[in-house]
Design a protein around this ligand. Structure first.
Ligand code: GLN
Length: 275
């Protein structure tokens, strides 16, 4: 069998299992398993692969066929051009979240930053790598998530602190910038998510309680205690939560409130400045 045959087989297997991105995923797994680039493949599509190799590739394809997320099979996800380790204990970093990072980067230079619900650490670590910040603290309720975040910070060689805390419970001090991508999906909507998400990603990273706004309400109530005067907050939000989260910030005397759209044109980030 050739590399190209293997790819075709992988593709049609995934198609048969109704995997939405079957073409891309069959390719990613081929590239991951055989450690080849797109250019390698186009140069040598007829390279023969051994029966043992093809079984290894099939094993990955079968896992994907069971709707296990691609990133749980490869163990990694790229975010802001950096490679993050992921596991079932953390939300897989999403491209939409890069909008939050890009916005926060405009203000980050020399600042003390808190990342509330840090998960894999992708937001804080990106700010640490690219933002020339003064300090960074990542907080999460889950010790298992923090272990992944710490490992990512070490691998990516950036000096940040991580701490277990249920929201602000164990947090001390004041910060120039607070960033957060909290769980924001209304509980009743979780059932309707893709199998990859609802059966494999951590529910505590997704579930924003009845109306999805629980964490925004709770965090915003305490912001003035932990944000320096004129400090900034940046929230990722669901596409229909922009108005409500802006309203909550207004009620707590924030100004310069902005709603920023993602690449699909949907509301994705709300930011504001402390009084
Ligand atoms: N901060 C992490 C991310 O944006 C995790 C967010 C979460 O667990 N809700 O990917």
């Amino acid at each position: 069998m050739t590399l190209e045959d293997a790819l075709k087989e992988g593709r049609s297997y995934l198609q048969g299992k109704n995997i939405e991105d079957c073409h891309i995923d069959a390719w990613y797994l081929l590239s991951y398993f055989f450690k080849i680039s797109r250019a390698d493949f186009y140069l040598h599509p007829n390279k023969m692969v051994t029966e043992i190799q093809i079984e290894g590739y099939r094993n990955l394809i079968r896992q994907r066929g069971q709707h296990i997320p691609l990133q749980h099979i490869t163990g990694e996800q790229e975010f802001m051009g950096l490679s993050f380790k992921v596991s079932k204990d953390v939300l897989i970093p999403r491209q939409d979240t890069e909008i939050l990072v890009q916005e926060a980067l405009k203000y980050a230079q020399g600042k003390d930053v808190l990342d509330m619900c840090t998960g894999s650490g992708c937001i804080l670590i990106s700010l640490g790598k690219l933002g020339n910040i003064h300090s960074g603290l990542g907080v999460d309720i889950s010790e298992n998530a923090l272990a992944i975040a710490r490992e990512n910070a070490t691998t990516l060689d950036v000096n940040l602190q991580f701490m277990q805390s249920n929201l602000f419970e164990n947090v001390q001090g004041k910060f120039d910038i607070i960033v957060s991508n909290p769980p924001y999906i209304p509980t009743a909507d979780i059932m309707g998510l893709m199998e990859e998400v609802k059966n494999h990603e951590p529910i505590i990273a997704l579930d924003g309680e009845t109306d999805g706004l629980h964490f925004y309400r709770t965090i915003i109530k305490q912001l003035s205690t932990y944000l320096k005067p004129s400090g900034y907050v940046f929230f990722e939000i669901g596409h229909n939560q922009g108005e409500e989260v802006s309203q909550l910030l207004q009620e707590h005397d924030f100004h310069n409130i902005k709603i920023i759209k993602d690449l699909a044109g949907l509301d994705r980030v709300v930011s504001g400045q402390n009084c």
